[in-house]
Design a protein around this ligand. Sequence first.
Ligand SMILES: Nc1ncnc2c1ncn2[C@@H]1O[C@H](COP(=O)(O)OP(=O)(O)OP(=O)(O)O)[C@@H](O)[C@H]1O
Length: 232
Amino acid sequence: MSGSALTLAGLLHQYDGGGGFTLRCPEFSVAAGESVLLLGESGSGKSTLLSLICGILAPKEGRIDIAATELSKLRPAARDAFRAEHIGVIFQQFNLLPYASAQDNVLLPLHFSSARRARVTDPPARARALLAALGLPEGTAAVAARHLSVGQQQRVAVARALIGAPELIVADEPTSALDATTQGTFLDLLFDQCRAAGSALLMVSHDPRIGSRFDRVVELADIVTTERAAAA
Ligand SMILES: Nc1ncnc2c1ncn2[C@@H]1O[C@H](COP(=O)(O)OP(=O)(O)OP(=O)(O)O)[C@@H](O)[C@H]1O
C-alpha cells in the first residue's frame, strides 16, 4: 500500500437523521503525492465523503485505508488521533480558534500528534515560515485569528493542515470565498507547499475551472451513487 495515500472500497454511509441520505463508493484511491479535484453539485455528498475519509463519520460498511492503516476499523478516539497524525484538513469554515494567534492555530495539530510533532525541528519557526510562504504579511503570525481577513484565515487553515507534512491533505471548497485572482495565487501556494511536503491533495469543489492545476479531476457522480429516502 506504499504507493497509495488513500483507498476506499465498498463504502456505504447512511445518515441516521435528516432525509435518509445514503452514499455508496465502490472504489476510489489517491496515490501518494497525487493531487485530485473532486467535482460535484451542491448537496451531492462531497462533504459527507470527505468526513468519511477524515474519520469524522464512520461508514456502515466498507473500508478506508490511509497511509497503510485501515481507518474504518478504528474506534472514534483512535480515529481522531489518526487524523491528527496523518491528515491535514482544511474545512469550509476553516475551524480556527478565534482568540488564538495565527501561529498558535498553525501549531495546533502538533499538540495532538507526537509523531507529527517529531517531524518538525523548530515548530514556531516552521509555523511562521509556512505563514510567510502562504503570503501572510510579516507580523500577522501574532494576530488573533478573529482579527484576520477571510483570505488570511484561509491561509492560516492551509498552514495548519500542512505543518508536520501529513500524507494526505483534504480540502473542502477552500477557495469559495476568494475572487478569481486571489484564488489562483492561493492555489499556487497550496500546490507549492503540498509538493514540498510530499503530501497528496484531495480537494472538493463545484468549480471545474480550477481543474487544470490538478493531476486528476474526478466527477463525484462517477465514483459514488446516492439515494434519498422518499418523503413520507
Ligand atoms: N448531519 C446530517 N444528517 C442527515 N443528513 C445529512 C447530514 N449532513 C448532510 N446530510 C444530507 O446529505 C446530503 C449531502 O450533503 P453534503 O454536505 O455531503 O453535500 P455537498 O455536496 O458537500 O454540498 P455543498 O456543496 O452544498 O456543501 C445533503 O443533501 C443532506 O440531505
